[in-house]
Design a protein around this ligand. Structure first.
Ligand SMILES: [Zn+2]
Length: 288
């Protein structure tokens, strides 16, 4: 029989869950993170790990994105396992063709979710039975939910999108299109490259210097060669606070994709010039 196991919740509000799935040749163990305050507010949410799949990336990997480095059948089976583990088999999943832009897409009805992938890096909706899904391997996934209006969003926030204020823009969409009040909303920031791991060059630093009065707070380890480390998580928390989110409703997972390559896919650690060798994680949000 399939069963779910809970590790204890840490103070971030995230819990690592484990679910055994029946497969054609036995059982597979799927592990994923859940933001419990968001779940209690009525939103299915999950952040995948790399465990329990069938993709050769390099083996038994739960790659959840269709891309040229993996077979369609592998991804479909991996997604079946993931959606089953998180209890979202009846929802329609929608992914985007992500390009590190600040484009957003509103899923107004279920037909749009079934249609072609939109070109965007954030999606919003307030309808049930849709699962907004963001693909990452080091970039930061940000999920937002509003228990009052039922609106939600999934954001792909790498250094470029963050510099373009994609989280602020998405929150503005939720306010204008769905009537959200940021003080009611909950945010969940998933696993991503941490500040210790995420070295960037002068081009990135100057982009932030031009865009944010508080840019210095977002960097650490300034080096003589002009490089420094960027704190993408902190940058997005700053954008959430700026928009009126309260600190106690912002939950950040205490996991780094580059530190923990046993649990997550890391583009920076694993790609080595070959993007097709790295699987992708999925971060999803929806309502039943
Ligand atoms: Zn790290």
């Amino acid at each position: 029989m399939e069963k779910t196991k809970n590790d204890s919740t840490n103070e971030s509000g995230f819990v690592m869950r484990e679910h055994e799935i029946d497969t054609s040749n036995g059982k597979a163990r799927i592990r994923y993170l859940v933001c419990e305050p968001m779940e209690r507010a009525g939103f299915i949410n999950a952040f995948s790990t790399r465990e329990g799949g069938i993709s050769p990336l390099p083996e038994n990997a739960l790659n959840l994105a269709h891309f040229k480095g993996d077979d369609k059948q592998n991804v479909n089976e991996n997604r079946r396992r993931f959606l089953r583990a998180i209890g979202a088999t009846t929802s329609t999943i929608i992914t985007a063709r992500q390009t590190h832009s600040t484009e957003r897409f509103m899923v107004e009805d279920i037909e749009l979710a079934r249609g072609p992938q939109p070109d965007c890096d954030a999606m919003t909706t307030d309808i049930a039975q849709v699962l907004l899904a963001i693909q990452t391997a080091d970039c930061l996934p940000v999920l937002i939910s509003d228990p009052v209006t039922g609106a939600m969003a999934a954001v792909h926030a790498g250094w470029r999108g963050t510099a373009g204020r994609i989280t602020e823009r998405t929150i503005a969409d939720l306010m204008m299109l769905h009537g959200m009040d940021a003080r009611d909303a909950i945010a969940a920031l998933g696993p991503a490259a941490c500040v210790e791991c995420y070295e960037v060059g002068e081009d990135v630093i100057s982009r932030y210097r031009e865009s944010f009065g508080y840019w210095k707070k977002l960097f650490a380890n300034f080096k003589e060669n002009g490089k420094a480390h960027l704190d993408v998580r902190r940058a997005n928390i700053q954008q959430l606070l700026f928009c009126g989110f309260t600190e106690d409703r912002i939950h950040a997972a205490d996991y780094c994709t580059m530190h923990q390559t046993d649990l997550f896919f890391s583009y920076r650690r694993e790609a080595k010039g070959q993007p097709s060798k790295v699987g992708r994680l999925l971060s999803v949000i929806g309502k039943v």
